[in-house]
Design a protein around this ligand. Structure first.
Ligand code: HEC
Length: 429
């Protein structure tokens, strides 16, 4: 991946802020989407297997519908799945250039696994038509997709958390940066249960609140879906604080700050509100809160992602300062070089102007067309401006001579040649 190191440009402080905004945006687009896809294909496979063991039309229908739900937008895998990952690769490799952190390599593996996951996901969807005949293949495709996504996201979670441990980067030589820092297990736990919680919330939302929701739900089926999704989300949300606190206890000092801890507090509070909403959906027939819950989940995730960026900034404070300083130096060099060029371009050589224009009519000592300089220049000593003015706009002066035709010299040329003349005068006197 030397290529990605070479595309790294020197980046200014503003550039760093912009990259972080792009990274946050891409993570916020990508992770919730892939979480729902991964959760969807996982539970689809589980319910397909349950139906195989003991035939149950509700399980089979739910298994099929889950996979339809996660594949309903054809452009989503490219736009929300793959594109953000490649944007992340570029943005991260800019931000961590020259640091020894092989973040682009790790994210490339994540991207390849995601591509494999989506391919397997669509094969799995297709295999429903031959499910009875080729059940083992059907279930293998489903689990294969789950494993590809899950493997990718374990690496993504590891990589983005490794950002908090710059001191470890030079020593991480594995292609899979797994289990090399203290709080890896709680962070994976947070990620896993976030995935399940969001899957549950998304199911509630898409079944009960979405404008295009299924309207042909019979009460038994609706009740099953509601119970499953609400319990899944609720249990996952309730487990989340354990991992968040565990994460906080093992959080690296370099990445922590009061803000980071305060935002984790906000996160816990939001999760508490979500769990209250979920509890009430579980117990009520109407699902008017499922939209709110889904939005609150996404908001919580945005808060967590921004917080991670703040923590990453804390852990990399000096490195980022250094990058910005380097960029500033390079910027100054470029400015200086440009000024130098401009000066060179405007610098006019007085001798050259004299030899090109004035020698036709003037020498210093003898009269040609115009008077010898030795006789006319002394009056301009200490009054070079007047000389410059005369050279640019000659006026009639000495009746012994014809008037000097205007030579059309520019101000810079007049100044340069006037200086040259006065220097020569001083030498000759
Ligand atoms: C075509 C001929 C011609 C050229 C070319 C020419 N001059 Fe002259 N120059 C004259 C003449 C004729 C006079 C006398 C004008 C007068 O006294 O009214 C004069 C006078 C002068 C004077 C004296 C002004 C004074 O106060 O008495 C200066 C200084 C001078 N020229 C500078 C220059 C410079 C510098 C150039 C080149 C950029 C130049 N000239 C090019 C013909 C020329």
């Amino acid at each position: 991946m030397g290529f990605l190191e070479n595309v790294a440009l020197s980046i200014s402080a503003e550039h760093i802020t912009l990259l972080k905004a792009i990274i946050t945006l891409m993570l916020v687009i990508h992770i919730p989407y892939v979480s729902i896809v991964m959760g969807g294909v996982f539970f689809s496979s589980v319910f397909s297997a349950l139906d195989k063991r003991e035939s149950n039309p509700i399980h089979l229908r739910f298994s099929r519908e889950l996979i339809e739900l996660v594949t309903s937008k054809r452009s989503a895998p490219a736009l929300l799945g793959i594109l953000p990952l490649f944007t992340l690769i570029l943005a991260f490799s800019q931000l961590y250039q020259g640091s020894g952190f092989k973040i682009a390599n790790y994210l490339l593996i994540v991207a390849l696994l995601a591509v494999a996951g989506f391919v397997l996901l669509y094969f799995y969807k297709g295999s429903f038509s031959n499910r009875d005949r080729l059940f083992p293949l059907h279930i293998l495709l489903g689990l294969g997709a789950v494993l590809a996504f899950f493997g990718g996201y374990i690496i993504l979670a590891s990589t983005t958390s490794l950002i908090f441990f710059p001191e470890k980067w030079p020593f991480v030589n594995t292609p899979f940066p797994l289990f090399i820092y203290e709080n890896e297990i709680p962070r994976h736990g947070m990620f896993l249960f976030f995935t399940f919680a969001l899957t549950g919330a998304a199911i509630l939302y898409f079944y009960f609140s979405w404008p295009e929701r299924k309207k042909d739900l019979d009460p038994d089926y609706a009740n099953f879906v509601k119970k499953f999704a609400a319990i899944l989300a609720l249990v996952s949300v309730l487990l989340q604080p354990i991992f968040i606190c565990w994460n906080l206890l093992t959080f690296p000092d370099a990445a922590s700050s009061e803000t980071v801890f305060a935002v984790w507090g906000v996160t816990l509070f939001m999760l508490m509100i979500i769990s209250m909403f979920l509890y009430s959906s579980l117990n009520s027939a109407n699902q008017r809160f499922s939209g709110v819950v889904f939005i609150l989940f996404l908001a919580t995730f945005i808060v967590m992602t921004v917080n991670d960026q703040i923590a990453a900034g804390n852990a990399n404070f000096e490195r980022e300062k250094l990058l910005a300083k380097k960029a500033e130096e390079i910027h100054q060099q470029i400015l200086a070089a440009r000024e130098g060029r401009q000066e060179a371009a405007t610098q006019v050589d007085g001798t050259e102007v004299f030899n090109r224009i004035c020698v036709a009519c003037h020498t210093f000592d003898t009269r040609i067309v115009g008077p010898p300089y030795m006789s006319v220049l002394p009056k301009y000593v200490d009054n070079e401006d007047a000389l410059i003015e005369f050279i640019m706009n000659p006026a009639k002066i000495d009746p012994d001579y014809p008037p000097m035709p205007n030579q059309g010299v520019k101000k810079a040329e007049a100044t340069a040649v006037a200086e040259y003349l006065m220097e020569e005068l001083a030498k000759r006197q």
